[in-house]
Design a protein around this ligand. Structure first.
Ligand SMILES: Cc1cc2nc3c(=O)[nH]c(=O)nc-3n(C[C@H](O)[C@H](O)[C@H](O)COP(=O)(O)OP(=O)(O)OC[C@H]3O[C@@H](n4cnc5c(N)ncnc54)[C@H](O)[C@@H]3O)c2cc1C
Length: 411
C-alpha cells in the first residue's frame, strides 16, 4: 500500500502513526507547527485509552510521566463531600487512568514514533490547505506553516485528517458548517505547583457552573520539593466567549471572584489559583456531530471528526480509540475506500453519543443534581439529598456511553 498520509502530529495523529507502524502499514505525518513543543496543560487518559497505549508498549513511559489517578471526588461549593469513587486500577480496571500534562503525553508519543518509524517519517512546518484524490491515491497540498506562501504536494494511498478543532480538511468537506456551538460556559485553565491534595492522586470536581465549578487533578509525580504539578480548570457560565484557541492567555481577576470564599480544609482554592504558573482561557464549545467523515480515500479522526466539550475526559481518549479502529479497518480491508467506510461505521455513531452526552449528562451531572436538590445550600447529610445508588448510577451511565465501563473493557 502507498503511504498513509497523516495530517497533524497531535495526540490522534501520533497514536495513529504508532499503530500503523506496529502493523507494518507505511505512513508519514505532516504537522503544521514548525517545531513540536510540549504545549497544553492537563489531559486524562481513561482505562479504555490507556489500554490502547499499553498495547503500543507505552504504559511504562506513561507511568513515569503521569499520575495514575486513584479516585474521583465530588464536593459542593461549601467544600462538603458529595461522592467519592475509585478510578483506574484502584477500581479494578486492568489499565490505569492517567492524568498527564498534554505536552508530556505528546512527547512520549513523538519519541516512540520517531524511534520506531524514523525521524524522516514526520515532517514539520507543513500546513495542510486541501486534499484531492483520484482512482489510485490522494494528493495532499501544504503551505509552509499557516498562511505560508511556499506550496508543496505529497502523494499517498489515503489521507487521514488529524488536524484538530480547526481542521482544514473538515472545512473543505463541510464549508458551510459555521461557528462552533458555545455551551454558555467559559473555562480558565492553569497549572499550580502545590503540595499533594487529598490522596495525591485525586480528581476533584467541586461547585456548579452557574456560580463557579472547579476541576483539579495532579499531572506529574511529586518532585524532590514535595510539590506536584496540579492542573485546574475553573468553569463559569458566561454570556460571551472569545475565539477558541488552545494557547489564549487568561487573567485570574476575570474569574477568581467566584471562588473567593472557597477556603476548605482540603484546599485553600483562592491561594491555589493565585499561585498558578500560567493561566489560559478557552470557551466550552463543540460542534454538531457530522453525518459522515469518510470521503473516498480521505477521512477525519479525533477532534477534526468529533470536537466535544471537555466534560468527560474523553477528547484524547476518543482520538486514540479512532486510531486503533482505523488501523484495524485498514488491516482487515484490502480496499482502502472500504476500510475508511468501515472505520466511519464503527466510530461515528459511538462518538456522536459521547458528543451529545457531554452536553447534557457528563460525570459532573452529579454536581448539578445536588446543586438543584439543595437549592445551592449546604446539607446536613448527603444521604438526605441523594442516595448512594443514584450517585453510582449517574457515574456508571456515563462510563457505559463513553465505552469504559469495567464490563465493556473486560469483554
Ligand atoms: C496546542 C494545543 C494545546 C492543547 N492543550 C490541551 C489541554 O491542555 N488539555 C486538553 O484536554 N486538550 C488540549 N488540547 C487538545 C487535545 O490534544 C485534543 O482535544 C485531543 O487530544 C484530540 O487530539 P487530536 O489529535 O484530535 O487533536 P490535537 O491534539 O489538537 O492535534 C491536532 C494537531 O494538528 C495540527 N494541525 C492543525 N491544523 C493543521 C493543518 N492544517 N495541517 C497540519 N497540521 C495541522 C496541530 O498543530 C496539532 O498538532 C490541545 C491541543 C493543541 C493543538
Amino acid at each position: 500500500m502507498d503511504d498513509v498520509i497523516i495530517v497533524g502530529a497531535g495526540i490522534g495523529g501520533l497514536t495513529l502513526g504508532l499503530a500503523l507502524q506496529a502493523c507494518g502499514i507505511p505512513c508519514r505525518i505532516f504537522e503544521s507547527a514548525a517545531e513540536i513543543r510540549p504545549i497544553g496543560v492537563g489531559i486524562n487518559l481513561l482505562p479504555h485509552a490507556s489500554k490502547e497505549l499499553a498495547a503500543l508498549g507505552l504504559e511504562a513511559d506513561l507511568a513515569k510521566a503521569a499520575i495514575s489517578t486513584q479516585d474521583a471526588t465530588f464536593f459542593n461549593r461549601f467544600g462538603q463531600l458529595i461522592y467519592q469513587e475509585p478510578l483506574g486500577r484502584a477500581a479494578g480496571y486492568e489499565h490505569p487512568q492517567f492524568s498527564i500534562h498534554r505536552g508530556d503525553l505528546q512527547m512520549v508519543l513523538l519519541d516512540a514514533f520517531t524511534a520506531r518509524a524514523g525521524s524522516d517519517r514526520l515532517v514539520t512546518n507543513q500546513h495542510c490547505v486541501s486534499v484531492e484524490q483520484d482512482d489510485s491515491g490522494v494528493l495532499v497540498h501544504f503551505s509552509d506553516g499557516p498562511g505560508g506562501s511556499n506550496r508543496s504536494t505529497v502523494r499517498g494511498g489515503v489521507a487521514i485528517a488529524c488536524d484538530g478543532i480547526n481542521s482544514a480538511v473538515r472545512k473543505q468537506f463541510f464549508p458551510r458548517e459555521g461557528e462552533p456551538r458555545y455551551s454558555g460556559v467559559n473555562m480558565w485553565r492553569g497549572v499550580t505547583r502545590w503540595k499533594p491534595i487529598l490522596s495525591g492522586a485525586s480528581m476533584v470536581r467541586a461547585g456548579w457552573l452557574s456560580h463557579g465549578k472547579m476541576v483539579i487533578y495532579p499531572i506529574r509525580p511529586t518532585g524532590a520539593d514535595g510539590l506536584q504539578l496540579i492542573n485546574w480548570v475553573a468553569e463559569i457560565e458566561t454570556p460571551v466567549y472569545r475565539k477558541r484557541d488552545w494557547n489564549r492567555p487568561g487573567a485570574i481577576q476575570d474569574f477568581i471572584g467566584a471562588f473567593a470564599d472557597w477556603h476548605f480544609d482540603w484546599l485553600d482554592v483562592p491561594a491555589f489559583i493565585r499561585a498558578a504558573d500560567h493561566v489560559l482561557e478557552f470557551p466550552m464549545v463543540d460542534q454538531d456531530p457530522l453525518p459522515r467523515w469518510s470521503f473516498g480515500r480521505v477521512t477525519l479522526l479525533g477532534d477534526a471528526a468529533h470536537p466535544m466539550v471537555p466534560r468527560g475526559s474523553n477528547g484524547a481518549g476518543q482520538a486514540i480509540l479512532d486510531a486503533r479502529a482505523l488501523t484495524s479497518a485498514l488491516l482487515e480491508n484490502g480496499d482502502a475506500i472500504a476500510a475508511l467506510a468501515a472505520y466511519e461505521k464503527q466510530r461515528l455513531e459511538a462518538t456522536t453519543r459521547i458528543v451529545l452526552t457531554n452536553r447534557t449528562n457528563p460525570p459532573d451531572a452529579i454536581l448539578r443534581e445536588v446543586f438543584q436538590r439543595t437549592r445551592d445550600r449546604p446539607f446536613v447529610s448527603i444521604e438526605d439529598v441523594i442516595s448512594r445508588d443514584e450517585l453510582v448510577a449517574l457515574s456508571e451511565g456515563y462510563k457505559r456511553i463513553a465505552g469504559y465501563s469495567r464490563d465493556a473493557l473486560r469483554n
